[in-house]
Design a protein around this ligand. Sequence first.
Ligand code: SAH
Ligand code: SF4
Length: 380
Amino acid sequence: MAVNLLDFDLEGLAAWCEGLGEKRFRAVQLYRWIHQRGESDFEKMSDLAKSLRAKLAGAAEVRGLPLISEHRSADGTIKWLFDVGGGNAVESVYIPEEDRGTLCVSSQAGCAVGCRFCSTGHQGFSRNLTSGEIVAQLWFAEHRLRGADGERVKSTNDAPMRVVDNVVMMGMGEPLQNYAALVPALKTMLDDHAYGLSRRRVTVSTSGMVAMIDRLREDCPVALAVSLHAPDDALRDQLVPLNRKDGIAALLDACLRYLDKAPRDFVTFEYCMLDGVNDSPEQARELVRLVKGRVPCKLNLIPFNPFPASGLKRSPRERVMAFAKVLQDAGIVTTVRKTRGDDIDAACGQLAGEVQDRTRVNQRLLRAPVRVVPLQEMKA
Ligand code: SAH
Ligand code: SF4
């Protein structure tokens, strides 16, 4: 199969172009056509030398992800489902806000971490996405919306304005379990010749892989969100199984080390509010004792989005507010996440619904009796 140019960060593309006997500035031109202009047809890249276009035509392509469906929520949230082959699909969610647009990007088809409250986790792990498949979600969203949403296009010099200003790696999958593909994808998000996003506006959300947090700090520090969900190891072991490996203390130490090089001076802790599980005022106080004075942080309380197989319930609003108040009174900046896109199943942790359906369909197909086609019928 032809090389997918979406797989490369600029360094990778420059090295690949060098292999074709092309100078670095040609790679920059090509990279800008692909990511800034959204172009996938080499023939339309008018300022590329004809000879280069001919070389590209045979060896490479800009391969986006086939779109399965698009759902638009009443609140403006858009969810796209993409086919990644083998009966798997991944989702991306675009969340428009007054002054910015956020894209929630998937890193894996399924997830191996298996958190109790997460629909993707219940689905199990299918495979890692490639860098190209991660970047393709941004490439698609940015250029689809730029084209469709006239207001986003500057009239003065026709230079298109950016539609996506924030990327959060909070879709399906654990990004740090797909590290090799993640880093080049992040680099393309940040590169001024591509999307030029600020490091502060690209967030990796992780269930807390200590060794990989350390590597990310060295290789590509961006904003960090850590899915904490519990104030003690006994509970976190149950909710986020990989906690059994390192434990909360080691995780908080890794967060502190990360902050040395991070573009923001705090870590965001995500905390999914589960009725009667992790939402008591005493647990809020424990959480304060855990993080206060130890890790500069903000707390983001996420209302749980229920799905039948979880057997869990969303905390009532008053309980969430009481929990938030304990944290705020202790001086910890705390926000309660608004749920967006509820009506199209695009809220956090719901991003497996349709995929599961598809998996079920596929399993049904696999189980269907194989019909042996007689030879003469085949010939006819
Ligand atoms: N694997 C990464 C990123 C993807 S999950 C991680 O765990 O951080 C993104 C966020 O959605 C995480 O904070 C996760 O805990 C949260 N989440 C998962 N399932 C949820 C659900 N059913 N309701 C609300 N939030 C959920
Ligand atoms: Fe995986 Fe994150 Fe879901 Fe946990 S919450 S199962 S790490 S996607």
